[in-house]
Design a protein around this ligand. Structure first.
Ligand SMILES: *Cc1c(COP(=O)(O)O)cnc(C)c1O
Length: 389
């Protein structure tokens, strides 16, 4: 096992790790846009077929461009190995499905990413895998929900709409004491601001479509864990289901990761400023940003994360759907789009997800992603649009 305590410098990982021997001393790593790899002999061919996990045979298994991304992300997360996949949802489903079978039970936080929730409620249900949802703010929620057949505790901290935080160290201990595997979606904080493996969480998943890519031009996901868990995920899920990342997408992630540190610094500073601005705004009821001192779990946030991302939500005082519509339609600079993590600012009103019968507590909930624009420009845009309410 690699020495986790001997932490590498983040910029060294992002800019140099795995790039020591690039062909022709190229500055930018080449894209190995190839499906297959050839062998000099029958013997080499046979050896590769016998150990597909560790050989360059076919790009549905390994590809050097993909593996370079994996090497960097494993190091960033203080994990032994990483596997890049074709989407964040592919990473979530592969990580979960590798460790359950019919009759098993999963405990998940209630506010997890929509398609993780659907995986538990519909897909896995078809195969006789049970689940229970818990709030998760109190670690005892998990302890109380454990059954003899519980195999996985699934976390996302903070959650990406309500920004609830789970106490990683406490939950990992409860899980370990009961022989349960822990999986966390760490997309929001990124490994730059939170390293769940250091808190004894077993497996980390990310949507790399967000900050790793960082430019709203790719969809990808990644799983990080120890060698034996990663081997199980690779052999059982990845090779069978084929969530294949393509080399060009991997290369775009490498390119995006070059600026991950500087981008995050800007997202972080902008979000903090704008969260504080919104908190004081007369049209705003409350702001959900873990690094506001008014945030109910601010101390826990500071104890397990070193910074915050550009995504947060707030509640406006108005519960009038027509006015919310006007607000969303009139706002400048912010683009009306799903997802987040790119260079640009985005807005999503939770009400948009309902055609009718919007739950009362969802009408006033607005989520924004603070991009890399000048924060003053964004505050002016918010301020102007909030006059609709
Ligand atoms: C976007 C997102 C996902 C899903 O990732 P895709 O790359 O879109 O499949 C999972 N978790 C969180 C927190 C996300 O924001």
């Amino acid at each position: 096992m690699q020495n986790l305590k001997q932490k590498r410098d983040i910029s060294e990982i992002l800019h140099h790790l795995g790039e020591e021997n690039l062909p022709f001393n190229a500055m930018s790593p080449p894209i190995f846009q190839t499906s297959i790899f050839s062998f000099d002999s029958y013997e080499d061919y046979q050896a590769a077929l016998a150990d597909e996990t560790h050989s360059f045979l076919y790009s549905r298994g390994n590809n050097p461009t993909v593996n370079l991304v994996e090497q960097k992300i494993a190091a960033l997360e203080h994990g032994e190995q990483a596997k890049l996949m074709s989407s964040g949802v592919a990473a979530i489903s592969a990580a979960v499905m590798a460790f359950v079978k019919t009759g098993d039970h999963i405990i998940s936080i209630r506010d997890c990413y929509t398609w993780a929730k659907t995986l538990f409620t519909t897909y896995l249900g078809r195969f006789g895998v049970e689940h229970d949802f818990v709030d998760g703010v109190d670690p005892q929620d998990f302890a109380k929900a454990i059954k003899p057949n519980t195999k996985i505790i699934y976390l996302e901290s903070p959650t990406s709409l309500t920004f609830k935080i789970q106490d990683l160290t406490a939950i990992a201990k409860i899980a370990k004491d009961n022989g349960i595997k822990t999986i966390i979606d760490n997309t929001w904080a990124t490994p730059l601001y939170q390293n769940p493996i250091d808190h004894a969480i077993d497996i980390v998943v990310h949507s790399a479509s967000k900050y790793f890519g960082g430019h709203s031009d790719l969809v990808a996901g990644v799983i990080i864990g120890n060698k034996s868990d990663m081997l199980q995920i690779y052999k059982q899920e990845f090779l069978n289901i084929g969530h294949v990342p393509d080399p060009f997408m991997a290369w775009l992630i490498l390119r995006g990761m070059r600026t991950l540190q500087v981008r995050l610094r800007q997202h972080n500073a902008g979000a903090q400023l704008i969260a504080e601005f919104l908190e004081k705004h007369p049209k705003v009821e409350s702001v959900c940003y873990p690094f506001l001192s008014s945030f109910p779990q601010n101390n826990l946030a500071k104890s397990q994360m070193t910074g915050g991302a550009g995504l947060f939500s707030f509640r406006v005082k108005s519960h009038n759907v027509e006015k919310i519509k006007q607000f969303v339609n009139s706002i400048k600079v912010f683009k009306r789009a799903v997802s987040w993590g790119g260079y640009e600012s985005l807005i999503y009103a939770n009400a948009i997800s309902y055609v009718e019968n919007i739950p009362e507590d969802r009408i006033s909930l607005i989520r924004i992603h603070i991009g890399l624009e000048n924060p003053q420009l964004l505050m002016d845009a918010l301020n102007d649009a909030l006059t609709c309410l």
